[in-house]
Design a protein around this ligand. Structure first.
Ligand code: PDD
Length: 277
């Protein structure tokens, strides 16, 4: 694997990250996962905009040169012969002796490399089982930060009990998102999802679904829903860069709707497929 390390391309073995990179000790950095279809980045500008938002909110001083970064990342795809897949990009606050305050002077560490990704067709066609999990994370989930311990613990719990995704709730009146996805419910044709605030990551796929909903004339409502509303919904589905749209057909013991992927999720998936064969 060839890695983009700052503005150089190096072999994975030569990409030496310092032990005192703040990503290591503090998870002090931010990241993006961008999907590649047919050699082209999908929603690149939206991902870069969110990366800038995360950097700003975390007060990491790094000026992104959009055009230059895009060229470097396209070069990265070429060097790794990626035509369909994804790239991971991470920017940490940089290297400094371990101490909590921001270092006075540090140069952010930038790395990017391809991550194999393919369309999860089986899950998209048949739906998945999810489990509820208390949202044990912090209150700045809008920052796409490297601190993912809460997400990782939730995901592993889901897999341990035979489910595929953990759906977070802050309390029974407040479902937030999945461990690595956004969550939607559908009732009488109306799509509902958590508003974009500090309790969720404003998913780029979530925003794309909002756009698709408009194109398809499907009402889209950004409003908090409860655990009871989640379980009683006609349809539930999740979204992310790598999942696109995946129907949820069971949550713990509760079967959603008739236990089969619902029509709205299918409609959105078809729209996805039309754009990216
Ligand atoms: N995860 N919520 C959380 C907590 C996420 O980690 C993600 C994405 C999303 C969906 O965002 P988007 O549509 O922009 O991918 C929502 C990425 C893919 C990951 O960490 O691998």
């Amino acid at each position: 694997v060839i890695v983009l390390f700052h503005d150089r391309f190096v072999d994975r073995k030569e990409c030496l990250i310092d032990i005192e990179d703040r990503a290591n000790q503090f998870g002090d950095g931010v990241y993006e996962v961008i999907r590649v279809y047919d050699g082209e980045f999908f929603l690149f500008d939206d991902h870069l905009k969110r990366l800038e938002y995360s950097l700003n909110e975390a007060k990491i001083k790094y000026d992104i040169n959009h055009q230059q970064l895009k060229e470097l990342l396209l070069e990265l795809l070429k060097k790794n012969e990626v035509n369909n897949g994804g790239i991971y990009i991470q920017i940490s606050r940089g290297i400094a002796a371990r101490s909590h305050p921001f270092p006075k002077e540090s140069k952010p560490t930038v790395i990017a490399y391809p991550i194999p990704t393919s369309r999860p067709l089986d899950k998209q066609e048949n739906g998945i089982q999810a489990t509820l999990y208390q949202d044990i994370r912090w209150h700045r989930c809008d920052i796409k930060s490297l601190n993912l311990l809460g997400n990782v613990m939730a995901k592993q719990h889901a897999l341990d009990i035979g489910a595929s995704e953990a759906i977070f709730y802050r309390d029974y009146n407040h479902v937030t998102e999945g461990s690595s996805t956004n969550v939607f419910i559908v009732n009488d044709g109306v799509i509902q999802t958590h508003p974009a605030n500090n309790f969720i990551l404003n998913g780029i796929t979530r925003l794309y679904i909002k756009y698709l909903a408009k194109q398809l004339d499907l009402p889209f409502n950004e409003k908090v829903f409860t655990v009871a509303e989640l379980k009683e919904a006609d349809e539930v589905f999740i979204s992310s860069t790598t999942s696109e749209v995946i129907p949820v057909t069971q949550i713990d013991e509760t079967v959603i709707g008739n236990g089969k992927p619902g029509p709205i999720a299918k409609q959105l998936l078809n729209a996805f497929f039309e754009h990216h064969k």
